[in-house]
Ligand binder design. Sequence first.
Ligand code: FEO
Length: 390
Amino acid sequence: MKEISQNVFYCGLHDRDRKLFDQLVPLPQGTTYNSYLIKGSSKCAVVDTMYAKLAEPYMNMVRSSGFSVDYIVSNHAEPDHSGCILPLLNLYPEAKVLCSEKCSQNLQNMLGVGIERIRVVSDGEEVDLGGLTLKFLMTPWVHWPDTMCTYCPEKRMLFSCDLFGAHYTDFELFADDSPALADAAKRYYAEIMMPFAGFCRKYVKTVESLGVDMILPSHGAIYNNPVFILNLYKAWSSEDLSKKAVIGYVSMYDNTKLMSEYLANALRNRGVEVLLADLMETDEGELAMELIDASALIFGTSMVLAGPHPKVVYASYLTGILRPKLKFYSVIGSFGWGGNLTAAVEANMGSLKAEKVEGVVTKGRPLQADFNKLDELADTIAKKLDSVCR
Ligand code: FEO
């Protein structure tokens, strides 16, 4: 346990070996689960707990503090933060869980926490610890509908749970505001927060109005210079559009690769910034990061039997659920004898408000007529981007 400020302690743990989050999100350097202990003159609170697999070192750490815990604040019920609520309730039989109504339901359903051990708090409600106050701010949808943040006004500290987090382990306590941290926070934003960009914009304003001195998320480093992460979130969640296209392709025998590279150059020649990604070498997080500020997405795909390559189907499905601010999408590619290269991608992209731009599909190797069509596609996309981008 490390002291962050007088009577406020960090009791998080690093999990550098974890490779995937939610069995979906790649973790290049693992992650951390941050828990905080706040000791007032009369009461003691733990803010968020620990993934259950690290229960033993976590419980030893809390126990060794010598404090008796009165409140367990659960900002969000996902098990990476709620996994040690039950052991804490067992260790401190008088302790109560403080959480939102939706979080209460989740804790009962997912963990079996007894309703008698839960006290639901409302937006703006305060709990006095003796000289230190916990003020609860309902912030649904960052990451689940149950989420809230906890603010300690005397310390000007915001315990933000998943919001502003990063799967970043290269720190002792405080953020170094380095490009590496910005990159990790961007990956985290893309994979977890991007579907909730509107909520992020709103909560950034809330946090700015509080004038916080420190943001203490439940993943990654503590921001003792909050403007660093707030400015990044402003940029990432902005509704502004840039003249940028992402081309993600899978090519079995180089025909689709040739078409994707040709289209990338044709777009660049028309003033469009292009990120060209071979989806066999690009992990889902890298693709999601590029989609944060892209206005157009083009999938290049070979035909596998009668449909697009499964990697492209998966990438389009992820794109559909991550809800980037894309305005246009298209599909290009090559097939051998028949099938439908676009239908599965269209179905996945249907949840977005992106307009489909008719792509270029060719049989076998692309010929001059196909390259001419790719030039026309580049013309169309560049003009459409011009019409919506500043
Ligand atoms: Fe870090 Fe949504 O849990």
